[in-house]
Structures are given as C-alpha cells and as structure tokens.
Design a protein around this ligand. Structure first.
Ligand code: NAD
Length: 301
C-alpha cells in the first residue's frame, strides 16, 4: 500500500490499533493531544510523530481518527484542514464511536476539501484491539471502504460494510445498547442469585451453557469483576455517550424503545454517582454497593 497514513488519538484503543498499522509496514504518522504520547509511540513502534495536527493532515493520504466522540473528531479535522488545504483523492476514516448525524455533516465538510469519509467504529474493546481482532462496522461508498482494506486487515478480524456514511456509527451505538443492557442485567441477576446463596462461578457456568448467556456472562464478569479489577479499558462516560447516541437514533426512527430508554436511565444514574473517569465495569461495583454484596469471593469471609 502506497498511501501515507496519519493516525489521530493514541488512547486505550488508538494506541494498539496504530501499533498494528505500524507492524504491517504502513507509512505511519501519529498525533495525540497529550504531550509526549505521540513521541513515545513513534520511538517504540517506528512511526513518525507529528508536531501538530496540521502537519499530520498535510502529509497523509488517509487520516484515521480514534477520538472520544464526534465533536472531538470535528475539532481535530477542522484544525487539520485549515493547515492542509484542498487536494483531491484523500480519505478520512473515523473509527471513533460518533453520532451518525454529526458524521453525515462532517462528510460534507471534508468533501469540500477533497476527502471521502468512511465511518468505521469498532467492537471488541481493548482486548481485541491489542490482538488485532476487532470487528469493524464500516459506513461509506464501497470504493472508499475497499481502499481501507489493508488498514482494516491489520487491525481487525472482520469488516462489515453496513451502509452509507453514518451507518457504521448507527450500528455501533445500537450494538452498545445491547452490550450495556447485557452487562446491567447480568450483574443484577448474579447479585440476586448471590444473595439467595448461589455461587457466582456456578451461576456463570450454568448461564453460559443456557439461554441466558451473553457477552457479560461469557467474558466481562469473570475477567473484570471476579478478578476484582473493574478495569476493562472502556470508560463508563463513553458507554453513556453511546447510549445517548442510540436514544437519539431511536427517537428519530420512531420505533418502540422502552427497555432501551430504561437501560439508558440506569447508566446515566450510575454515571452521576460513581467517581469521574470510572471504567464501565464500575457500574457493577455500584450495583454491588446497592446490594451490600460483592460477587467476587471475599478471602476474608
Ligand atoms: P481514550 O480516552 O482512551 O483515548 C482518546 C485519545 O484521544 C486520548 O489519548 C486523547 O488524548 C486523544 N484526543 C482527544 N481529543 C483529541 C484531539 N482533538 N486531537 C488529538 N488527540 C485527541 O478513549 P478510547 O477508549 O481509546 O476510545 C476512543 C473511541 O473508541 C471512543 O469514541 C470510544 O467510544 C470508542 N471505543 C472504545 C472502546 C474501548 O473499549 N475503550 C471500544 C470500542 C470503541
């Protein structure tokens, strides 16, 4: 691949994703707002650190963004375009979880500067970003999505082209409603069982062999709750952002969203009551506190 790639946002997800691009031998320049992060990445993984966002946009044929939300993407892109000017044949790939209507708007802004836009949010969390096994949900023209193939192959296991620009971001938010609901209900159910006298490990074994199984019972509860870390690498604030995006899509769609609305309210309530910057798994600790019960076996008891 001859395209020069710029990668913006070296956080929990962006760092391992960009690492896979560097390992695949792509010509890679990186930038993050946090001072020394780009230089550290460049030194460790053989990329170039851009001194500012303008330099990154100026040198890149394809710019990938992995930022907290669509507003951060818009700010980064506007600053980049101001320096890079107009040249046709370039591509912006927003892999963040952004709101679809902001993405469609952004596609118009970047088109005027010669960029196609592909929204390509991901599922699989930090664990699958580290192993290069992400599931990629792409929205955009088929030709533009195809141009991303070498990047997606380096970062992901599967890519689904789900529709036009914005469709990837819509699909991602809807996936995360299911994920947020699954974690909430798994934690509540396990806490009820624990207080009844059932062992969490036994309940997980049964659920994972039964119809109640979901991603939380299969991986998250054992990995991040029974282990006592409550640290999945995905901020609770980011999940609440995704739920707000999904609620907006549901409002516009005019379809029933009864349980989705309730799930959103519970996560928002938790956000107001847990420390700022908490991981999504702190939702479970918040429920444990309400139940005055821990799911993990307490060695002292
Ligand atoms: P993060 O907060 O760990 O990383 C965001 C990075 O962006 C930070 O390093 C920050 O300094 C940088 N940044 C912010 N604004 C910037 C700007 N204008 N220019 C340059 N850098 C900027 O977040 P994350 O967990 O890596 O998530 C990134 C995106 O991926 C979010 O949209 C999130 O919803 C989504 N996502 C996260 C996970 C996960 O498990 N963490 C999984 C799937 C999707």
């Amino acid at each position: 691949m001859t395209d020069a790639v710029g990668f913006v946002g070296l956080g929990n997800m962006g760092w391992p994703m960009a690492r896979h691009l560097a390992a695949a031998g792509l010509a890679l320049t990186v930038f993050d707002l946090r001072g020394d992060v780009s230089a550290r990445f460049a030194a460790e993984h053989g990329a170039t650190a851009a001194g500012d966002i303008g330099k990154l946009f100026t040198g890149a044929d394809i710019v990938v963004t992995m930022l907290p939300n669509g507003k951060a993407v818009r700010a980064a892109v506007e600053a980049g375009l101001a320096a890079a000017g107009t040249r046709t044949g370039r591509l912006l790939v927003d892999m963040s979880s952004s709101a679809p209507h902001e993405t469609v708007e952004l596609a118009g802004v970047v088109a005027a500067a010669g960029y196609d836009l592909v929204d390509a949010p991901v599922s699989g969390g930090v664990v699958r970003a580290e192993s290069g096994d992400l599931c990629i949900l792409a929205g955009g023209d088929a030709a533009a999505v195809n141009r991303c193939a070498p990047l997606f192959a380096a970062m992901g296991r599967e890519t689904f082209r789900v529709g036009p620009v914005g469709a990837g971001h819509a699909m991602k938010a809807l996936n995360n409603v299911m994920s947020a609901a699954g974690l909430l209900l798994a934690a509540e159910t396990l806490l009820v069982g624990r207080r009844y006298g059932l062992a969490p490990e036994t309940m997980l074994d049964v659920l994972n062999s039964s119809t109640g199984m979901n991603h939380a019972t299969r991986t998250k509860i054992a990995q991040f709750v029974l282990s006592g870390t409550y640290a999945s690498g995905f901020a609770l604030d980011l999940m609440v952002k995704d739920l707000a995006i999904a609620a907006g899509i549901a409002r516009e769609a005019g379809a029933p969203y009864l349980l989705g609305g309730l799930v959103t309210s519970v996560w928002e309530l938790a956000k107001g009551q847990v420390p700022a910057g908490s991981d999504q798994m702190v939702l479970v600790r918040w429920l444990e506190d309400l139940a005055a019960t821990r799911l993990a076996h307490d060695p002292a008891s």
